[in-house]
Design a protein around this ligand. Structure first.
Ligand SMILES: [Zn+2]
Length: 306
């Protein structure tokens, strides 16, 4: 789910004349958060895509500061998607007809069209060595299927041409549509959704924050002084997200990785002034999360209470 700076809650009601959404990072942060809270209720509690067995999400920021969230949802066994019909019931990747679904047509046209890049716009940010790194436009296919990599191949029938840039010479078609769920797109005026049956998406979600490597040089003697500094990149909305103490990530059910060790071979941290005999006498030093986890599993009352 991405933050849309043109949401009515940001643009229409809150901005002073002459101000743009970028002038109110506090507003962007709070409204994105409240929309995401509602989004979570829809996905996890109300199960609008299917009954959720487990989920995980991470909040991230674009370079210019707009927040977005990557959320991974795993369905319960009875709601797992197994056939192309199931896939199509969750995700669409075509431009709906204006005559049949005018609101959805407008929303897809505004939010779910990639680029356009390639021959229409060589300077698009997705272009690397003359090619779109996200492989748009996608080929036309009659039926949705599981692809050979992490991504499904969604149904994109030939046609659906719409002119863009108010120019009847430039058209986009179903090959340019970013996958979406109609109900969510209409409710939130943003978001995209992908199906994935592979573990790769977990790795992508937890790729970590943006960083930048700096090189500091003395003006007079830059050849000899080369100092490299590895820095975190924090934009204003991210700083506000932290100040408001909003949650950055969550995993359900929670999984904690315990540090493994063989008996009595665990690490102990201590003050260098302390005597070894005192350290050994302190019973707390014989406990680790792993030993306490084993102990808890031996206590039937504790297991029942949990
Ligand atoms: Zn592209």
């Amino acid at each position: 789910m991405t933050c849309n700076p043109n949401w009515n809650e940001i643009k229409k009601n809150q901005l002073l004349p002459g101000k743009s959404p970028q002038d109110r990072p506090d507003l962007i942060t709070r409204i994105f958060r409240s929309k995401f809270e509602e989004f979570k209720k829809d996905i996890v509690d109300r199960g609008v895509l299917g009954k959720v067995y487990s989920y995980s999400y991470v909040i991230e920021y674009q370079k210019r500061g707009l927040p977005h969230v990557h959320m991974l949802v795993i369905f319960e066994n009875n709601d797992k998607l197994c056939t192309p019909d199931h896939y199509d019931s969750i995700v669409r990747a075509e431009i709906p007809l204006q005559t049949e679904e005018p609101n959805l047509h407008k929303a897809v046209f505004h939010h779910m069209i990639h680029g356009p890049c390639g021959s229409i716009n060589h300077n698009c940010l997705c272009m690397v060595s003359g090619k779109c790194k996200k492989k748009f436009p996608k080929p036309f296919v009659e039926y949705t299927s599981r692809g050979n990599d992490s991504y499904h191949v969604y149904r994109r029938r030939e046609g659906g041409q719409v002119s863009i840039l108010n120019n009847d010479d430039v058209f986009i078609d179903n090959g340019w549509v970013v996958p979406y769920k109609p109900w969510l797109l209409l409710k939130y005026d943003c978001h995209n959704v992908e199906l994935c049956g592979w573990i790769n998406c977990v790795k992508y979600m937890h790729k970590g924050p943006d960083r930048v490597a700096l090189e500091l040089r003395s003006r007079q003697n830059c050849a000899e002084i080369e100092q490299y500094v590895d820095e975190r990149w924090i934009c204003v909305p991210e700083a506000l997200w932290r100040i408001y103490s909003f949650e950055f990530s969550r995993m359900y059910p929670l999984v904690i990785r315990l540090q493994l060790h063989t008996p009595n071979q665990h690490l102990i941290y201590f003050d260098c002034q302390q005597h070894v005999s005192d350290l050994l006498a302190d019973d707390e030093n014989s406990k680790t999360m792993l030993t306490e986890f084993f102990k808890m599993n031996c206590d039937p009352d504790l297991i029942c209470a949990k």
